[in-house]
Design a protein. Structure first.
Length: 381
């Protein structure tokens, strides 16, 4: 077997890895999980006291160049920062209990920004990335819309609030993220959206699918950063973008984690094929390769290229592949190696890639495990 196909040394931590070794039973782990399932810790000596942050919901790497932190929000209403080298918790805040503290949005720029709460009160908060100190907070105005139907996106100092309204329009409201001052508000006609439409926001793009009475599937995309004069939320038959596929009325759609706008579509019943659609400024483009049923994906930007990282897990090994998103071209420097990963099925949640001196590109990949633990994988090792 060629050397490049051998599993590499597992250069990663799960919560906290004290010293890399080829023997996974000799690792000391700090499992960052609220799950009672801690089987991954069995037979691991010198267990450390576990600190819980809960099931991962959102994750962002440090926005600073050569950043050394990753910021997380969890289903248990926790926002936290971890040290990328060690996995140690740098700071952590537990927000209000129940629906009042549910974290709806996380973004990282100069500050760590969260939107949390329920239909009665939604709070926008800014946290200092270094120490987690609360810098500011302000409430979003109440609306008649369900909070579950509302989406947020942040660009620079602007916070975009986006709400599709069935059989009518999409509301786009822009706030100054630090002060709460309203910058603008406008509506974009979208009468083709119904109560059963599926809408998600991936970066600044709102993507919706809707099924007509005669069984046709419509697909539409709106860049919420477009001005009121520029904004158009058109819809076209899905087949015009992805051709003839088994996708039908039970279509499922989910955003792809990462800085590049993309969605995965799949038939919710009876078909395991998954199709990735890249939402480019020129219009939606179908990724030329069909994704396997169990592969996990995330997007990154590497030297100006939009890259799709894909991970396949089998027999305690994770294999990472990389392709240019627009063309499907393989990025040879990021394929050909696998990683010993004896921690069970996993999914990619965030990644960042950059050139390395005399080594070619390298990636830091955040992985979420079935028992709610998290791991950092360096690829190639």
């Amino acid at each position: 077997m060629p050397a490049q196909n051998l599993p590499t040394q597992p250069t990663c931590w799960v919560g906290h890895l004290l010293s890399p070794t080829n023997d996974p039973t000799r690792h000391n782990f700090l499992a960052l999980t609220g799950s009672p399932n801690t089987n991954m810790l069995v037979n691991i000596p010198n267990k450390l006291k576990r600190s819980y942050i809960g099931k991962l919901k959102f994750s962002n790497f440090d926005a600073a160049p050569n950043g050394k932190r990753v910021f997380l929000a969890t289903e248990e209403n926790v926002v936290a920062a971890l040290n990328l080298k060690s996995g140690d918790i740098l700071w952590r805040h537990v927000l209000e209990k129940g629906s009042e503290g549910v974290i709806r949005f996380l973004s990282v720029d100069t500050d760590v920004v969260t939107v949390s709460g329920d239909k009665d009160t939604l709070l926008v908060r800014g946290w200092d990335p270094s120490g987690g100190i609360l810098q500011w907070e302000w409430p979003l105005p109440k609306t008649d819309h369900r909070v579950e139907d509302t989406h947020w996106y942040m660009s620079g100092s602007k916070l975009y609030q986006v709400t599709p309204v069935a059989l009518s329009h999409v509301e786009v409201t822009v706030y100054n993220v630090g002060t709460g001052g309203k910058i603008s508000a406008h509506s974009v006609p979208a009468k083709w959206i119904t109560d059963t439409s599926k809408c998600i926001l991936t970066t600044s793009y709102l993507a919706c699918v809707s099924t007509t009475l005669d069984g046709k599937t419509l697909f539409g995309v709106l860049d919420v950063m477009d001005s009121e004069e520029e904004a158009q939320f058109w819809s076209k038959p899905l087949s015009e973008f992805i051709g003839k596929t088994p996708l039908g009325p039970t279509l499922g759609m989910e955003p792809v984690p990462g800085p590049v706008p993309a969605v995965i579509m799949r038939e919710a019943a009876g078909n395991n094929a998954r199709y990735l659609v890249y939402l480019s400024p020129k219009g939606p483009q179908l990724f030329p390769k069909v994704l396997s049923e169990y592969a996990s994906v995330v997007t990154v930007v590497l030297e100006g290229q939009h890259v799709l990282l894909q991970a396949s897990h089998s027999a305690d090994v994770v294999e990472i592949t990389a392709h240019v998103l627009e063309t499907g071209e393989t990025i040879s420097e990021l394929v050909g190696s696998t990683h010993a990963f004896p921690l069970g099925p996993s999914s990619l949640t965030a990644a960042v890639c950059a050139p390395r001196r005399d080594k070619g590109p390298g990636c830091k990949i955040l992985i979420s495990l079935e028992d709610h633990a998290i791991a950092l994988l360096l690829h190639p090792g």
